[in-house]
Design a protein around this ligand. Structure first.
Ligand code: DAT
Ligand code: MG
Length: 158
């Protein structure tokens, strides 16, 4: 499988608990992700609405945008083989109770509070990863990074 970049976010409920934040950070390191960028941010409501525009009109949209602008978050750009799928696998299903039932060791199963306050975000495709990395890190150039770093990944040095 190929080297990929993904955007991972530790959401406000998890950042609010220092031990949970530390545990999640350690899980990233334990799973052979390379941390390419990292940033703590607080969103205004407007940024929250824009990031989740695809969900506007859904019954949980107001709840979601309020939650995502309720406090500090930590965003990471992560790299590894199959980064997108691997991070989503670690997170588990969107809904916490489904996560607890089907993937009890996943992050959302272990740490999630509700279907909305579900601890982490991860991009779901190459296209959304590109959009989301640029949303959080406007000066990051995924293609340039990939061109520069891919050879060392291929040769086993990453
Ligand atoms: P994911 O975060 O797994 O990519 P998504 O893109 O479908 O899930 O939804 C974005 C966020 O919206 C999700 O992390 C939490 C919230 N959400 C989604 N479905 C929900 C639901 N049925 N009830 C409450 N919140 C929901
Ligand atoms: Mg999504």
């Amino acid at each position: 499988k190929a080297l990929q970049l993904t955007l991972a976010v530790i959401k406000p409920d998890a950042v609010a608990h220092p031990l949970m934040l530390e545990a999640l950070h350690q899980i990233i390191l334990d799973n052979q992700f390379v941390i390419v960028r990292r940033k703590d941010v607080v969103w205004r409501r407007q940024e929250s609405e824009k990031f989740y525009a695809e969900h506007s009109g859904r019954f949980f949209y107001q709840r979601l945008v309020e939650y995502m602008s309720s406090g500090p978050m930590r965003a990471y750009i992560l790299a590894r083989e199959d980064a997108i799928g691997h991070w989503r696998e670690l997170m588990g299903p969107t809904k916490v109770f489904r996560a607890r039932y089907t993937s009890p060791t996943s992050l959302r199963a272990q740490f999630g509070l509700t279907d909305t306050r579900n601890t982490t975000h991860g991009s779901d495709s190459v296209e959304s990863a590109r959009r989301e990395m640029t949303f959080f890190f406007p000066d990051f150039r995924p293609e340039e990074w990939m061109e520069r770093e891919e050879p060392s990944f291929r040769s086993g040095r990453m």
